[in-house]
Structure formats: C-alpha cells, structure tokens
Design a protein around this ligand. Structure first.
Ligand code: NDP
Length: 312
C-alpha cells in the first residue's frame, strides 16, 4: 500500500520536530507548514532548512490566512497538528478550529490528528482539576468540531512526556533528576505512564495509515513504563548507586503551594496534581486494540531505565 503524504503543523516544536523526523524515517512524503510569522527566528528557519535537506517539503501558510491553510492541506492525505498546548511555553489549541475549517473546505484529507498527545480529555475532563482543566476543555472543543464536520481522525493520548516528567523524577519545575533529595507526592505510589517523545512520534506516524486506528483514540501505555514515582526514583537510585533523601509533600501542602504561582504555572501544577496525586492516567482500563505498543510490537520502545541513563 502506498504511504500517505503527511502535512505536519508545528513542525519546529518540541514534539513537532520529532514527528517530522519519524514521518521521514518511516518513508512518508512529508510536508511542513512554514509560517511567515516565524520571520527571522534563525533556530526555526535552520531547523526547517535541515528538514528540507532531509527530504521534507516546506509549505508556506499561516493561521491568519485560511486560504493558505486550505492550499497546504490539499497537498496531502494526512494532517498532523502539534501546535503548542503547554501554558508555560505557549497555548494555541483553539487555533486548530481554523485548521478544521481548512480541512473541511479542502475536502481531501483521509485522516486528521489534532494536537492532543497528553491525557485523554474525554475520559478525564470531569475529574481534571482547575485551572489545568482548560487544556482538556479546549482539546474537547477541537474534537467536537472535528466530529461534527465528519473529518476522519485519530487522537493520540501520549500520557507523560519523559523529558518533563522523568527528567525531573516527577517533580514540578525540575527537568533534571535530583542527586540528593527528591520530593515525593503523597505516598508516591500512584502509577503514571512515561514515554520518550521520539517513541510518541513513531507510534503517531504508525497510526496514520492503519485502519484499526480510524476514528479512535490510541493510548501510548507500554507496560514497562507504567510506574509509580517511588519506582521511578528507585530506578534512578540504582543507576547512580545512591539513595536519595525523600521529602513527602502532602496533597494539602501541594495545593497551598500552588496558590502563590502565576496562572500558567498553576495550569501545569494541576496536571501534576491529577497525574501524581490522583493517578488519573491509570484510572481507567483500555483494550489491547487501543494501545500503541500492542498495535505496533515491532517498535522497540524506550524503557524508563533506558531513558534515565542519559542523565547519569
Ligand atoms: P510547542 O510549545 O513546542 O509548540 C509547537 C508549535 O506550535 C510551535 O513550534 C509553533 O509551530 C506552533 N505555534 C506556537 N504558537 C503559534 C501561533 N501563535 N500560531 C501558530 N502556530 C503556533 O508545543 P509542544 O510540542 O510542547 O506541544 C505539542 C502538544 O503536546 C500539545 O498538544 C501539548 O498539550 C502536548 N504536550 C503534552 C505533554 C505531556 O506530557 N503529555 C507535554 C508537553 C506538551 P511552528 O513550527 O510553525 O513555529
């Protein structure tokens, strides 16, 4: 079967650049939206040029110009959007309503993967804590528009990005592992799911031509990466040959500490609350046909231990 042509939007972003690499590596003709708004941002421009040299096509287009989006979308079979959605960086989830409009007008797209890649908003929106719930609510607004328009879709629920969560041993505001003491959330026994962002990108690209994932939510929940914070810390301690001091942070104290932070940080902390204190990512069951490592056993995913080795 011929591989789909793919348009990646947000291709210079934290996840987007990995999606571009995975799409090229898996042999898809790959197009990347080149927004005029990036101007002389040399890092972004250089990244785009390097992708072009690896075989990707750059397509001019802007969210301020619907027609340019329609023209970009017409070039491909599949659109993947990795627009920003983390408040402490940038948050543009609702801009995707423009993209839905463009995909509807173009009328040729066989699959759209919106910028999701986190916790499943449909499963968790009712229990998500404010103000972080806003991210799930906005992702639901986009889903509703996609489904009402009848655009074929796949939603990728990627659980925790390893760079954010494993890097800091699940401590908010840290992205490198501690070597002396670690803050443990509550009893530290709630399970979460950690994924290398390159693996997330590979699994995402795997879904796009797969009839099993059409109009479905796919969860990236590889069994070896479903661990509690204490288990993550234990793996790190074994790697560095040293026991860390454990400082327990109760849920009540965590909630008090949130109050002095700005809105963007509070959004982030609410996600940590849901993941680390409530165990939201493992609060529901999924079937084998919905889980990426079962659908694609040929992908050798990065285990938590292997990921943590990069910091030793
Ligand atoms: P980034 O913050 O890296 O931004 C991605 C891209 O968004 C940018 O590169 C840019 O694309 C585009 N963008 C930013 N602002 C605008 C704008 N005003 N107009 C148009 N495009 C814009 O995103 P992430 O990679 O961090 O996030 C991608 C997704 O992953 C989000 O849905 C987010 O919620 C999710 N996520 C999940 C995490 C988890 O732990 N599960 C952690 C982090 C993110 P361009 O290349 O065109 O400049």
């Amino acid at each position: 079967m011929e591989k789909s042509k793919v348009l990646i939007i947000g291709g210079t972003g934290y996840l987007g650049r990995r999606l571009v690499k995975a799409s090229l590596a898996l042999g898809h003709e790959t197009y990347i939206l080149h927004r005029p708004e990036i101007g002389i941002n040399i890092d972004k421009v250089e990244m785009l040029v390097s992708f072009k040299m690896q075989g990707a096509h750059l397509v001019p287009g802007s969210f301020k110009d619907l027609n340019s989006l329609v023209e970009a979308v017409k070039l491909v079979d599949v659109v993947i959007c990795a627009i920003s959605g983390v408040h402490v960086r940038s948050h543009q989830i609702l801009l995707q309503l423009k993209l839905v409009e463009a995909i509807k007008e173009a009328g040729n797209v066989k699959r759209f993967l919106p910028s999701e890649f986190g916790m499943d908003p449909r499963k968790l929106m009712d229990t998500a804590m404010d103000p972080g719930k806003v991210t799930l609510d906005e992702k639901m607004v986009v889903r509703k528009a996609i489904e009402e328009t009848g655009i074929p879709f796949t939603y990728v629920s990627a659980n925790c990005f390893a760079g954010y969560f494993l890097g800091g041993l699940c401590q908010f505001g840290k992205i490198l592992p501690s070597r002396d003491a670690v803050i443990i959330h509550g009893d530290g026994n709630k399970k979460a799911i950690y994924n290398n962002e390159d693996d997330i990108a590979t699994y995402t690209i795997k879904t796009i031509d797969d009839p099993r994932t059409l109009n479905k939510t796919i969860y990236i929940s590889p069994p070896k990466n479903i661990l509690s914070q204490r288990e993550v810390v234990q793996i790190w301690e074994k790697l560095i040959g040293k026991e860390l001091q454990k400082i327990t942070l109760s849920k009540e104290d965590f909630l008090v500490s949130m109050k002095v932070l700005d809105y963007a940080q509070q959004v982030g902390l609410s996600h940590y609350h849901d993941v680390c204190y409530e165990g939201c990512l493992t609060s529901f069951k999924i079937g084998d046909e919905e889980e990426a490592s079962k659908l694609y056993p040929e992908v050798k995913y990065t285990t938590v231990e292997d990921y943590l080795k990069r910091y030793v």
